[in-house]
Design a binder for this molecule. Structure first.
Ligand SMILES: [Zn+2]
Length: 111
């Protein structure tokens, strides 16, 4: 399962960062253009955390909206889908700037 391996990756990163300390909370950024379903990550997180230093940790998912730069008119546009078009001129030649994120933004550990 896709989300399961992503969640495992997030947890491995946290465990490494925490170095044996208890992890209290984790903030993860997920871009709105990524194919990752936040609800699935939340679901997997709880299961994957069991019996690790992350057990009971709070997971906060931060959605990052999609934006792009249009090659045609050069303006910034909002993207609601991966291959969306420019909201100013309708061109589909848009370079994605944000919205594909999948990263751990912050980890809070016990002192
Ligand atoms: Zn444009």
């Amino acid at each position: 399962m896709h989300e399961m391996s992503i969640t495992q990756g997030i947890i491995d990163l946290c465990l490494e960062h925490a170095g044996g300390r208890r992890v209290r909370s984790v903030d993860v950024e997920i871009g709105e253009l990524s194919s990752v379903v936040p609800e699935s990550i939340e679901f997997c997180f709880e299961a994957c955390c069991r019996d690790t230093a992350l057990e009971g940790a709070t997971l906060t998912i931060v959605r990052v909206p999609g934006t792009g730069q249009c090659h045609e008119c050069g303006r910034e546009t909002v993207l609601t889908e991966l291959y969306g078009s420019c909201c100013h001129c309708g061109s589909s030649r848009v370079a994605i700037m944000t919205g594909e994120e999948l990263r751990v933004r912050e980890i809070e550990v016990d002192d």
